[in-house]
Design a protein around this ligand. Structure first.
Ligand code: ASP
Length: 309
């Protein structure tokens, strides 16, 4: 039985010209660590849900990605994190938005999936739920990164709201899709959203069907990109629908969604998807996407640019 996972660390204007060898090394190291730790757990018999959380937790704990520790600043100078997770065997799901100091938002989404009759909790209510389930909280300063703070100061001055970078547009959201040894798939996504966001803005990453979806009948999907477009296209569910109702395979569905539908409506970004047979795709219509794959019958691969898909 084939098993394994695909991860992403965000899509956008990721170009070799904007990368230093040191930064490239850091990204590669973190993506590889995320793949290795999650793959090892699958190898030892973990289910896909646990593997997805392990992979995402590694990226949330790194300041490199716009999720967990490296989350961007809101207009008020705080952090508002969104995350969601869904499993394909029983369509159970958990999602949160507006979490401010829970260390790993993906673990809060998983706690909701496992222990709540609800699917989606927000703000202080979500944090109360996290406390009741003994999740780890951190001080505000834990989420401070100099780089994001400078982005925020710039955004405040120019009154812009942007996705991680404006001059070098990059979406640093993280996500994972996994297939376990029992033939079940799961998808998860986590983000800090947009720099300088106001009015309680919530992106696709918190929304089941938009940024995250999983169904054993079709595929598990995690998206990254311009959230407003991914919400309007109901992208993650659309991937599943293209397979279920149009009979497309996973690669054809990814191609149709990211390179046709999203391009037509002007949405930039990408997704990762996996089916129960271990077929996967990683399409993106931006310059690059931080990504990695490790399958039981394939060597691990990580990449940023359009060198492999
Ligand atoms: N989709 C995320 C959002 O709109 C951003 C990202 O993918 O980086 O919040």
């Amino acid at each position: 039985m084939k098993y394994g996972l695909v991860i992403h660390g965000g899509a956008g204007t990721i170009l070799p010209s904007a990368m230093t060898p040191e930064l490239e090394k850091e990204y590669k190291f973190c993506l590889q660590k995320s793949l290795d730790e999650a793959y090892q757990s699958l190898e030892m018999g973990s289910n896909a849900t646990d593997a997805v959380c392990i992979a995402i937790q590694v990226m949330e704990d790194s300041p490199l990605f716009n999720a967990g520790r490296g989350s961007v600043y809101t207009h008020d100078g705080t952090h508002d994190m969104d995350a969601s997770i869904m499993r394909g065997d029983d369509l159970e799901a958990g999602a949160i938005s507006g979490s401010k100091t829970v260390r790993n938002p993906i673990l809060l989404a998983k706690a909701i999936l496992l222990h709540s009759s609800h699917v989606y909790l927000t703000g202080t209510g979500a944090e109360d739920f996290a406390r009741e389930h003994n999740l780890k909280f951190e001080d505000e300063t834990f989420f401070h990164t100099e780089f994001r703070y400078r982005q925020y100061q710039h955004a405040l001055q120019t009154d812009e709201v942007f996705l991680d970078h404006s001059d070098q547009k990059k979406f640093g959201t993280v996500g994972c899709v996994a297939l376990d040894k029992f033939g079940n798939i799961c998808a998860g996504t986590s983000t800090g959203g947009m720099t300088n966001k106001k009015y309680g803005r919530v992106g696709d990453s918190a929304l089941i069907g938009a940024g995250t979806y999983a169904n054993n009948k079709t595929c598990a999907v995690s998206c990254t990109g311009d959230g407003e477009y991914f919400i309007r296209a109901v992208s993650a569910y659309e991937m599943s629908a293209l397979m279920e109702y149009k009979g497309l395979n996973i690669k054809e569905a990814g191609q149709e969604l990211i390179h046709k539908k999203m391009v037509d409506i002007g949405g930039e970004g990408g997704l990762i998807a996996m089916d129960c047979n271990g077929n996967y795709c990683l399409p993106f219509n931006s310059a690059g996407m931080y990504r990695g794959v490790k399958m039981s019958d394939e060597k691990a691969k990580v990449g940023f640019y359009k060198d492999w898909l």
